[in-house]
Design a protein. Structure first.
Length: 140
């Protein structure tokens, strides 16, 4: 669901799942301070969204309205996905409106340490989200 909508047309959408929502919200705040408008979408069920994208292609009978609610066509923007799991889990979301997508997540497992250090190590901390968003919007 749309957790936070930027005023006007967004420059980027941050789609986060679970424990990563605070990082997405903090990144949206930081981006706003840089003049980059960001929508934040909270993904509660990647399976539901995936089935809806499959249904749009005639490959499933799932309800499709959830895509329009979470990712309205008039707010389509480059997308950064964020979760504390494998990044491919949400990478398909770029197909909703055929937008560029940078999927962020964990590709190596077993590390331990302070949460901020582990997030930074995996590139799922707030600053990594900001950098990915700026790269997608071609801003320094």
């Amino acid at each position: 669901y749309g957790l936070r909508r930027a005023e006007g047309t967004p420059d980027v959408t941050l789609a986060a799942m679970g424990a990563m929502v605070p990082e997405a919200l903090a990144a949206a705040d930081r981006l706003a301070s840089l003049g980059v408008a960001a929508d934040v979408v909270c993904v509660t069920s990647p399976g539901l969204l995936f089935r809806a994208t499959q249904a749009r292609r005639g490959l499933d009978d799932a309800l499709q309205w959830v895509l329009d609610q979470a990712f309205p066509a008039d707010r389509a923007a480059p997308l950064v996905t964020l979760l504390d799991g494998h990044p491919h889990t949400l990478a398909f979301l770029g197909t909703v409106h055929n937008t560029p997508v940078t999927p962020l997540g964990v590709t190596h497992f077993g590390q331990s340490g302070a949460l901020d250090e582990v997030y930074r190590h995996h590139g799922i901390d707030t600053e990594s989200v900001v950098r990915a968003a700026l790269d997608l919007t071609h801003r320094p």
